[in-house]
Design a protein around this ligand. Structure first.
Ligand code: FDA
Length: 391
């Protein structure tokens, strides 16, 4: 005989804990199951251990999805201000770092404890350290088996995230489950992930460790933040952001000197004709980067030695340097997974699957991926809250 609940939540991560707490506090009898032995493991390591728990600049255009409008409703109903109010109610000190990113002053542990306290206030039960061995549906009830137990409920919430960082127990379980219930899955791919360089561009490996503020572009998206050369290729916030929009075979364009207006080299030629090209680039960029770019531009000597047309061509190249990544560092290094359970299958008002009544999907498992900077947690909180209101 199965133990009966009102809702079963699969996954005790950011979205699952939020959903369970909200549903529990509405008087629902809720059980959260997770194969990990601790709740909220990704929250614990997030934001360098301080959890970048939201972004006050949250807006639908900061999320990538096959349907860019899908996230709008949940994001409007549960906002960064709502989550911040919860954080403050729990006495957690926080600060804004940069670009609207809010972090704990202390530790990410405080966010996990807050969610567990909220869940406890809703008498939510948890079953941690249990692989899920079976999920089925009959007579309007979802039945979930783990360990020696079988439990049932009319509502089942899939909150098992995506496969990024498999060594932390991340899996593609949500996609398998969704497909079994007839839901489409948008091809998952690593996102917020470093990009790898090959071929001639391997030479840039010698710049490993060099960082510069740039504008990185992939398709129509552009991000002004730091880029970092690594032993494998390109990383740093600007590149991680662009990686979400990057597709195999496409270039990443980098403006190495976003503050220099058109004609800056020509103007310098008038002011300081005897300055060498190498010196001029070094004044604008980190030394090693300036040397490497100067070498590839194949321009030497003083500014006066070069024609205006040659200087304009150099400027244009520096403002639109094309890298052709041969791949990404994969799920092992990806902060999130883009793609996932198709939003076309879900109600944006409730997160319930249209063709599988009682089945809900929330958080990273869904084809909604935020920018770097607290957006992915805000999506987890908002989608979890919405589902929690409806299960
Ligand atoms: P989440 O991954 O949190 O939870 C899924 C849960 O399901 C886990 O507890 C897992 O154990 C469980 N699970 C998985 N497979 C299962 C299975 N087969 N059976 C049972 N249980 C299973 N975002 C942000 O906004 N700000 C930040 O600072 C950071 N920092 C950051 C750092 C690092 C290193 C990473 C990897 C990621 C971030 N992120 C982030 C992203 C953020 O962590 C992520 O988007 C959310 O945790 C997603 O929340 P979910 O609840 O959807 O999944």
């Amino acid at each position: 005989m199965a133990d009966a609940y009102d809702a079963i939540v699969l996954g005790a991560g950011a979205a699952g804990l939020m959903c369970a707490a909200v549903a529990g506090q509405r008087g629902r009898r809720v059980l959260v199951v997770d194969h990990a032995d601790r709740a909220g493991k990704k929250i614990l390591i997030s934001g360098g251990g301080r959890c970048n728990f939201t972004n006050i600049g949250t807006a639908p255009d900061r999320f990538v999805s096959a349907n860019p409008h899908f996230a709008r409703s949940a994001l409007a109903r549960y906002t960064p201000a709502d989550f911040l109010a919860l954080v403050e109610r729990h006495g957690i000190a926080w600060h804004e770092k940069t670009l609207g990113q809010l972090f704990c002053d202390g530790s990410a542990r405080q966010i996990v404890d807050m969610l567990l306290d909220e869940a406890a206030a809703g008498s939510v039960e948890t079953a941690l350290g249990h692989p899920i061995t079976a999920v089925d549906h009959a007579d309007a009830q979802y039945r979930v088996r783990f360990g020696a137990r079988t439990i049932s409920a009319p509502s089942l919430v899939v909150a098992t995230g995506g496969p990024s960082i498999p060594k932390m127990g991340a899996t593609g379980f949500a996609y398998d489950l969704a497909r079994r219930f007839g839901l489409k899955v948008v091809e998952p791919r690593p996102a917020l992930v470093p990009l790898t360089l090959g071929g001639d561009e391997l030479l840039f490996r010698s710049l490993s460790g060099v960082a510069a503020e740039v504008v990185a572009r992939a398709g129509k998206a552009a991000f002004r933040e730091a880029a970092l050369f690594t032993h494998h290729g390109l990383s740093g916030p600007a590149i991680l952001q662009a990686s979400t929009y990057w597709r195999h075979g496409e270039p990443i364009a980098i403006d190495f000197l976003p503050d220099r207006g058109e004609g800056w080299l020509k103007a310098l030629k008038r002011e300081t004709p005897r300055a060498t090209v190498a010196r001029t680039l070094s004044a604008a960029l980190p030394d090693r980067l300036a040397a490497a770019l100067g070498e590839r531009l194949a321009i030497e000597g003083t500014l006066a030695d070069l024609t205006d047309a040659g200087l304009v061509a150099a400027e244009q190249r520096l403002a639109n340097w094309r890298f052709n990544p041969n791949g990404t560092q994969g799920y092992a290094k990806a902060e999130v997974t883009a793609g996932g359970i198709s939003t076309a299958e879900l109600s944006s008002k409730t997160m319930e699957a249209r063709r599988a009544p009682g089945l809900y999907a929330i958080g990273e498992a869904v084809d909604v991926t935020g920018w770097l900077g607290g957006y992915n947690f805000q999506w987890a909180w908002a989608s979890g809250w919405v589902a929690g209101q409806n299960v």
